[in-house]
Design a protein around this ligand. Structure first.
Ligand SMILES: [Zn+2]
Length: 410
């Protein structure tokens, strides 16, 4: 007699993580010359295909290239959706059915901060063990790694979850169109891996929330010598506001304030009628978002004739690991320990698409991509020697998640 089925519950991860013998097979496969060469061919093509966030034609060509690489390396996806947009980069969703476990969403952005033509004077190069080129570290190496991680499991005949790739082309400009799509694509996922670059032998377990604000003061213009009392300086008013805003920063609680650009006024001898500044605020907690909202709402210029308008808002919520995120970290750490050693748990100021997923309480890890340095800088590079291990880390994590299934019942 069958007994009534118990309520399904997710299986806890094995504290030991995936099978060590399988991890060793993955590690040696990733280290083979053939795989390295194939991976580097893909990475070269991705870097040489430029993809500035604001160039629709180049973004489209990059999306085409990604779809081609997927089909060459993994075969035709079980399901593909290309969410088209007239100006921003299309969002690609490509899903490959697995043979065990649930769905893992693998996220990466293909846009870069580098303008068209950068690759002409800064081509993809390999010198002294480092790969260089625009966007190589942030984050084209990670895109290729995600694809090759699944390729490893398939080539070795190892269990794998359903993998849903989400590649967006608007991350560097705030993920305006991709955010709701990423939120939807992670709804039923047992885990989300964001293939952004990593740091040292680590994973980004937490990221700060980011607020992007513009403050504009409006005063009264007047001649600085003839009619000083008639004027009300927007610049002086903005200075008051900036002083109070900067004073509200609390680095001990993770809150920083940066005024990155300022402009206003017309001439030396004119009391300024308008002034504006761009502000970047980073926070580690929701409480700090609320506190800084209060600070912004309370800002005033000393001269009551100067008015202040606050524009902008919170672009990315802070990412803090919850219980599910901690379990996911433990699993990846188990894989990492087998490959090379325990992972550093990194908390960084930069936001990413992982912030959106974490804010919904879903397990997500960021910085699963390549090791190197210099994101958004001319010294951007990836360390070649770390690539096989990072590829194996992603593959081993997918393998570990293949066991993360809901039991069917007794
Ligand atoms: Zn990035």
């Amino acid at each position: 007699m069958p007994s009534p089925a118990p309520a399904p519950a997710p299986m806890p991860h094995s504290p030991n993580g995936p099978d060590p013998a399988a991890l060793s097979r993955i590690a040696s496969w990733c280290d083979e010359r053939e795989q390295r060469d194939g991976y580097l061919t893909d990475l070269r093509r991705l870097v040489e295909q430029e993809s500035p966030s604001e160039d629709k034609a180049l973004l489209d060509a990059t999306a085409d290239l990604i779809l081609e690489l997927l089909s060459v390396r993994l075969g035709e996806p079980s399901r593909t959706v290309r969410h088209r947009h007239p100006e921003l980069g299309d969002v690609i969703e490509a899903e490959y059915d697995g043979d065990s476990g649930g769905t893992v969403t693998v996220v990466g952005h293909y846009d870069t901060v580098w303008p068209a033509g950068t690759v002409t004077d800064w081509p993809f190069t390999l010198t002294e063990g480092t790969l260089s080129g625009p966007g190589v570290f942030d984050m084209k190496a990670g895109l290729a790694q995600g694809i090759w991680a699944l390729r490893a499991l398939r080539a070795l005949g190892l269990p794998r979850p359903t993998v849903r790739f989400v590649f967006n082309g608007d991350e560097e400009t705030g993920s305006v169109i991709s955010r709701p799509l990423i939120e939807r694509a992670t709804e039923d996922a047992v885990a989300t891996l964001v293939m952004e670059p990593g740091g040292a032998w680590g994973i980004k377990a937490g990221r700060k929330g980011v607020g992007i604000f513009n403050l504009t003061t409006t005063g009264l213009e007047a001649h600085a010598g003839l009619d000083p009392a008639k004027g009300a300086s927007a610049i002086h008013g903005l200075a008051d506001v900036i002083r109070d805003l900067v004073a509200a920063a609390d680095p001990a609680r993770g809150t920083t304030v940066n005024v990155g650009r300022i402009s206003g006024g017309t001439a030396r001898n004119v009391i300024a009628g308008e002034a504006t500044c761009l502000v970047d605020i980073r926070v580690s907690t929701q409480e700090e978002i609320e506190r800084m909202d209060g600070v912004l709402a309370g800002l005033t210029a000393t001269d009551p004739r100067v008015t202040l308008t606050v524009g902008g808002g919170w672009n990315r919520p802070p990412m803090r690991p919850g219980a599910a995120g901690r379990r996911l970290f433990a699993l990846v750490d188990g894989v990492a320990t087998h490959l090379r050693g325990p992972l550093a748990e990194l908390y960084v100021g930069g936001g990413s698409d992982a912030n959106f997923v974490a804010a919904l309480g879903r397990p997500v890890l960021c910085g699963m991509g390549a090791l190197g340095d210099g994101a958004h800088a001319r010294h951007e590079h990836v360390t070649l020697a770390d690539l096989p291990d990072r590829m194996a880390l992603a593959a081993g994590t997918l393998l570990g998640l293949a066991g993360d299934r809901v039991p069917e019942g007794a």
